[in-house]
Each structure stands twice: as C-alpha cells, then as structure tokens.
Write a protein that binds this ligand. Structure first.
Ligand SMILES: Cc1cc2nc3c(=O)[nH]c(=O)nc-3n(C[C@H](O)[C@H](O)[C@H](O)COP(=O)(O)O)c2cc1C
Length: 325
C-alpha cells in the first residue's frame, strides 16, 4: 500500500500541475547595490548547517524511497548532491521500517559519502506504534546526519488510508529529540509550520515546507477523486513562515515553492540558513534524467551567485537582512 502510494505521488508530480498558492517571494526585493565592491569571482557560496559543510546552501528535499524507481531517483539525486556539496533528504522511511526488503532503496552513502543526509519519518507515526527505536533505525540504517519528522495533517486527511490521530504529539517528538544522538528537524511538507506549534518542540532546526509550491491537497485529491478544492493553498506561505519562525532563533531551511536562485537568496536574506527544493527535482528527473537536474541546478546556482554579487554579498552570511519588505 505505501509503495503504490509513493509511486502514485511520483507519477502525479512528474506529469501534472500540482502547485498552488504563493510562497511570497514576489512581495519582497533584494537590496540591490550598484557597486558591489568586489569581483563576481570572489563570491563564496559555501556555508555550514548543523555542523556540516555545504559548498552551496541547498537541500534536495525528501521525496522518495521504497520502490526500484524511487531507489534510482535517490541514488541519482544524492550523487548530484555529493558532486555539488549540497544536502539530501530521503522520503518517508515508513516503507522500509515495515518491509526490510526495500531498505536499500533509501541507502545512498555508497555514492554520497560526504553529504549532509537527512532521514525521514512522519511525526504522526509516533501515535501509531513508532517510537525512539524506529527513529534510531531510520537514521542508522542509512547513516544519516539528522532526522526530519514531518508534520502533514492535511495530507493525511486527504488520503483515504491516512493516519489522522495527531493527539499529544509534542511530548513524543520531544522524547525523540532527547534520546536521539543526531539533530532532529521539524519539517513541513507544503502547508507550512505554525509558530505556536513549533515553539513547543525541542527540535534543533526547522524546515518550513510552506505554502506556494507542491500542494498535497491537489496530489491526494487527484488520487482519491475527492473534489474539494478549498484546501489547495491552505496553510502558512513560505515567506511568512520564515518571518514568524525566525524569532525562535533556530536554524531554518526555506522550502515550499522555492523555484529560483533568487528565491533562495531572498530566503537567506530573510534569515534561513539553507533553501530546499523538491518538485523541480521530480519534474526534471522524470523528463530528462540526471542531466536535466544538473542543468536546472546550474541555472539555480548562477541565479543565487548573481543575487549575492548584486547585493554586495561575498559570503552567504553577508546576505542576511539585505531585503526590502
Ligand atoms: C513526490 C513528492 C514526495 C514527497 N515525499 C515526502 C516525504 O516522504 N517526506 C517529507 O517529509 N516530505 C515529502 N515531500 C515534501 C517535500 O520534501 C517538500 O517539503 C515539499 O514538496 C515542498 O517543496 P517544493 O514546493 O519544492 O516541492 C514530498 C514532495 C514530493 C514532490
């Protein structure tokens, strides 16, 4: 059941328009300089996140695993992450925790020994028999540097087979944070994360997964035939998440509708440490393979580097605050 759902997700995302809402990047501008003060060639895009080095501040976000096709996707994307010094997240590892025979489809360390690698479990599973043991298994089996616990209540409600009991999860998430040896990231999936909920969590970082990109209401209603369109762009837009969650002082990943290097630069100007993308990887990979992903990435990197230069930012941290709201 989980594997056929993941296959549906990849196929729908590769073929259909599944985006909704506005992440908010078009409402802000970078603080442009007419004399950047140094050479374009001096722009340095390297950074650190949770103690790990990145050559470019981008995460390839959690998408898949569990089937042969998904395993090939993971290996291919992780190899690119290794080559360009990015981070990479595998999709929900519930499939491999419930069926050990698919564990290999999540393993990428053979092709990506150095990347910041993030394991992934739905937070709601902590109300369905999962605990610290399963979280540890998710991390250790793929030699991950961190665990993302994703919060996806809208997706679960729209799934005919969804797990909808989110009762008293905060306490269980905090137990995982206390007992796991690696950092824990609270992760949105396209509806954003709300400050009042996240401030109670003892997580080490937050991946906002805001509104404005992939919409799970569109994807899941496409699968189930549920005709309700009222929640297509429901939740907190990405830019609003960054502004609200920034006050917690924890490292942030900006994701949800990040579609260009300029969006990524604006995210970092607004306080994020990294940007994250998912849907463009799926669209490019399933239309033109790894080559298409690399072509898309090189354009994204050019746009980011140019944004740094034109704001007089020669280190990633120099971008902070260089935004006109
Ligand atoms: C096909 C697909 C599968 C996904 N599966 C997962 C998942 O298993 N776990 C998770 O935390 N997020 C998952 N996501 C959400 C992404 O990691 C990301 O947070 C979200 O899509 C917003 O980014 P985007 O607008 O660039 O797609 C998935 C996204 C896509 C497109």
């Amino acid at each position: 059941m989980i594997n056929s759902r993941k296959t549906d997700h990849l196929e729908i995302c590769a073929q259909k328009d599944v985006e909704s809402g506005n992440p908010g990047f078009d409402c802000i501008e970078l603080d442009a300089r007419s004399n950047p003060g140094a050479d374009f060639k001096a722009v340095d895009t390297s950074t650190k996140f949770l103690g790990k080095k990145f050559r470019f501040p981008l995460m390839f976000e959690a998408v898949s695993g569990g089937t042969r096709k998904a395993g090939e996707f993971n290996k291919s994307l992780a190899s690119i992450a290794q080559e360009y010094g990015l981070g990479f997240g595998v999709g929900s590892q519930r499939a491999m925790i419930e069926d050990k025979s698919v564990a290999d489809t999540f393993k990428v360390r053979d092709v990506a020994p150095d990347i910041f690698l993030v394991a992934n479990i739905g937070a709601v599973q902590l109300n369905y028999g999962y605990g610290v043991e399963q979280c540890r298994e998710a991390v250790e089996s793929i030699e991950a540097d961190a665990l993302a616990l994703h919060f996806n209540p809208l997706q679960e409600v729209f799934q005919p087979e969804g797990d909808t009991n989110f009762y008293d999860l905060t306490k269980k998430v905090n137990e995982v944070c206390r007992k796991l040896k690696v950092p824990v990231i609270a992760k949105g999936v396209g509806n954003g994360l709300n400050l009042a909920d996240v401030e109670k969590l003892d997580v080490d970082a937050i991946d906002v997964g805001g509104v404005g990109g992939t919409s799970w209401a569109i994807i899941e209603s496409g699968r189930s035939g549920n005709g309700c369109r009222l929640f297509d762009d429901f939740g907190v837009p990405t830019v609003e998440c960054l502004l609200e969650l920034g006050e917690l002082g924890k490292p942030l990943i900006a994701s949800g509708g990040v579609r260009s290097g300029v969006d990524a630069a604006k995210s970092i100007a607004l306080g994020a440490s990294l940007a994250g993308v998912a849907l463009p990887l799926v669209k490019n990979y399933f239309s033109g393979g790894a080559k298409a992903v690399e072509k898309w990435l090189s354009q994204f990197m050019f746009e980011f580097k140019t944004s740094m230069f034109l704001t007089g930012s020669f280190k990633v941290e120099d971008l902070r605050g260089k935004v006109l709201l």
